[in-house]
Design a protein around this ligand. Structure first.
Ligand code: CTP
Length: 403
């Protein structure tokens, strides 16, 4: 996703400087060329040699390096984006004052590239009026700030000040770089989300624990990446992401109808909905009264929306989800084949931090031709980006124009 992009990564003096290694790895894995510039104090926390090995590029620090004459001008001009992570309270103050007394601060005055900063500091410093004022000044100048996270700090205290995790920073880098060239522009994406409800009588129904969070995260990221997104949603508590057309449905039959209407016009289809597999054979017109004895409910299968879909366009990519409690890879691979999918996202819903109604997910991605790739636990939003990235990689045929 970042192939051909040049990122200038500034690292300043903070205990979180060691995390710049993970960041370099994440950014280079996505295809970016990363040039690292260290401040003098950053040398106390991370070695230039390690960063050189991780980035595959020379690591610079000095304004007066005879080997890299005018490096500040060259780097400032070549960068597609400048990222400073971690940025210390001291360096934030330098930026706000417009000082230029080392390589990093000088090239910040010379560059026209969009700039992102990811602060890291001890408890209380982030809330100090001096830091707050400097941050708001930098924001006014168009610099984007990736807010620090809350958690245990190097001092042993707990609170806001931890450097945002490398996936969050990478996602912010992508969003900023894609502002003018979004990777999904021209794509029409159809996403289903949430549970379905199968009515038993006017007040009761069969449903499941799906919250819809994964599908809504996918819709939000796809729309931010420039796609035209339709979200067919079962009943959830969530608001539709801005710019997304939401079609609200209740039952599997309603979802199937809406899905089939939108299917052909879509270049990417992602089915995250937890469609109820069974529904009552008939729905009682009136509320069923208790009788004091055992009752049975006759159920029939609902349509498998994904499996019975009409053949799509040649260029259409279809992604499904598999919610499993056992034999994850085997069961998911079977669904991938039976439902003629390009990619399946396999979920062991019994794991803590995965599956229904939580903010995170732990999945394996299985492509039609390929091994299962295990992903670490991550937020559903970050996972949405990964799924879209992997889906796009599958596309080999150029998009024909729509009829
Ligand atoms: N799906 C669907 N229609 C259904 C059931 C499932 O379109 N009636 C889709 C889901 O949205 C998901 C994929 O099929 O993308 C797999 O769903 P899952 O619930 O994991 O599996 P099932 O096919 O329902 O099989 P089982 O419940 O037996 O595991």
């Amino acid at each position: 996703m970042l192939a051909g992009k040049k990122i200038l990564l500034g690292v300043t003096g903070s205990i979180a400087a060691y995390k710049s290694l993970h960041l370099v790895r994440e950014l280079t894995k996505a295809g970016a060329c990363v040039n690292v510039v260290l401040t003098a104090t950053a040398h106390e926390f991370v070695s230039p040699l390690t960063l050189k090995v991780f980035s595959g590029q020379p690591v610079l620090s000095s304004l007066f390096d005879p080997e890299n004459d005018m490096a500040h001008l060259r780097l400032a001009e070549e960068a597609d984006l400048v990222l400073i992570a971690p940025v210390s309270a001291h360096f934030i103050a330098k930026m706000a004052a417009g000082l230029a007394d080392d390589l990093l601060s000088t090239l910040l005055l010379a560059t026209k590239a969009p700039t992102l900063i990811a602060p890291a500091m001890d408890l209380g410093m982030w809330d100090h009026p001096a830091v707050r004022e400097n941050i708001s000044l930098l924001k006014k100048r168009g610099i984007q700030v990736i807010e620090p996270e809350s958690g245990p700090l190097a001092s042993g205290k707990e609170g806001v000040g931890r450097l945002a995790c490398e996936q969050t920073i990478t996602e912010a880098v992508m969003t900023l770089l894609f502002e003018n060239h979004p990777p999904l522009s021209g794509e029409v994406v159809l996403i289903t989300a949430g549970p379905t409800e199968e009515a038993i009588d006017p007040v009761r129904f069969i449903s499941n624990r799906s919250s819809g969070k994964m599908g809504y995260a996918l819709a939000e990221v796809a729309s931010q990446w420039g796609a035209d997104v339709t979200l067919i949603s079962g009943p959830t508590q969530l608001s539709p992401p801005s710019g997304v057309e939401r079609i609200s449905v209740r039952s599997a039959a309603e979802m199937e109808k809406a899905f089939n209407l939108k299917l052909y016009a879509s270049s990417i289809v992602i089915m995250t909905a937890a469609v109820s597999d069974y529904r009552p054979v008939s729905t009682a017109k009136q509320k069923i009264k208790k009788t004091g004895s055992v009752r049975t409910l006759d159920l029939e299968e609902t349509p498998d929306i994904l499996e019975t879909r009409a053949l799509g366009r040649d260029d259409q990519l279809v992604v499904g989800f598999a919610a499993e409690t056992e034999n994850l890879i085997e069961n998911a691979t079977k669904k991938l084949k039976n439902k003629r999918l390009d990619l399946i996202v396999a979920n062991d819903v019994t794991l803590e931090g995965a599956g229904f109604d939580v903010e995170t997910n732990i999945v394996h991605l299985i492509k039609r031709a390929g091994e299962a790739t295990a992903l670490p636990k991550m937020s559903k939003r970050l996972l949405a980006g990964k799924i879209l990235e992997e889906t796009l990689k599958i596309r080999t045929i150029p998009l024909p124009s729509l009829p």
